[in-house]
Design a protein. Structure first.
Length: 276
């Protein structure tokens, strides 16, 4: 796999300095001044969420100092453009009175998805889910190995591999990971699990960040060691009532049966069925 050496140098070769933008010398004749309404976000961008307060802070800086660093764009059509890098600056500029934004056209031999991902990683941390999905997109698109991708984005191979492992994480646990309630270690132990796989106490402990990775792994082993007869009873009960069930009991024989439903309609149906 051939790695584009221009990417390894970062974005400095594409981004002009404050002085070059002000002077508009012949050396930076590739700099464009584009009407702000002619620039559009690319929906394939890895970053999906932006901190509104930080955007407003950046807008205040732009009002005072101007847009020092140009955007990077690609052609959308004859007179409009897609953003490749600089979406935070573009969003912030919309809160100012700027009408024209400085931009550089991405060279055709550079991959816009790679540049966009690198820019996001260097400028501001992506959410774990955004970064993982962006890596997977590049692997699918360019058939990269984890080693090749690590050289392109400047991250270790193990970092990329670990992120890709948690792409199958349940949305509930993914949100806990994104918000910092659980770590990557927790996430790896939770792959393949859903909230329904845990009793209320354990789930509350996980949600509040009070469970260790070791405790989760022990819980996982305990679930795998579940008695065959109990698994059979759960399946029989689920088949009988038409809803997923969970049977939990302790060594003294005390326990409970949980029945899971997805919406109010299923709830009403279940209650009527139990009453009858």
């Amino acid at each position: 796999m051939v790695v584009n050496k221009k990417l390894g140098k970062g974005l400095s070769s594409l981004l002009a300095s404050k002085e070059s933008i002000k002077n508009k010398t012949s050396e930076n004749k590739g700099l464009l001044l584009i009407p702000i309404e002619k620039i559009f976000r690319d929906e394939t961008q890895p970053r999906k969420e932006f901190d509104k307060e930080k955007i407003l802070e950046l807008a205040q800086s732009i009002r005072k100092n101007g847009l020092i660093q140009p955007l990077i764009v690609t052609k959308k059509d004859s007179d409009s453009f897609f953003l490749v890098a600089g979406e935070r600056r573009w969003r912030a500029a919309q809160n100012t009175d700027l009408k024209l934004l400085p931009a550089l056209l991405l060279p055709e031999d550079l991959d816009k998805d790679e540049i966009s991902l690198i820019e996001n990683i260097q400028r501001e941390d992506l959410k774990v889910s955004e970064e993982a999905k962006a890596y997977q997109r590049l692997i699918d698109k360019n058939n990269y190995t984890h080693e090749t991708l690590s050289k392109i984005v400047g991250k270790s191979r193990s970092h990329i591999t670990n992120l890709l492992r948690i792409l199958d994480l349940d949305d509930f646990f993914f949100n806990l990971l994104n918000t910092g309630k659980i770590s990557m270690g927790h996430a790896r132990a939770l792959v393949g699990k859903t909230p329904n796989d845990f009793d209320d106490h354990t789930l509350n402990q996980i949600s509040s960040g009070k469970t260790s990775v070791r405790a989760l792994e022990k819980n996982k082993r305990k679930q795998y060691a579940q008695e065959p007869n109990l698994i059979h009873e759960e399946k029989t009960l689920s088949d009988t009532i038409g809803f997923k069930t969970k049977i939990i009991y302790n060594k003294n024989g005390k326990g409970n049966i949980k029945i899971y439903y997805e919406n109010l309609e299923q709830y009403n149906f279940l209650i009527n069925k139990l009453k009858n």
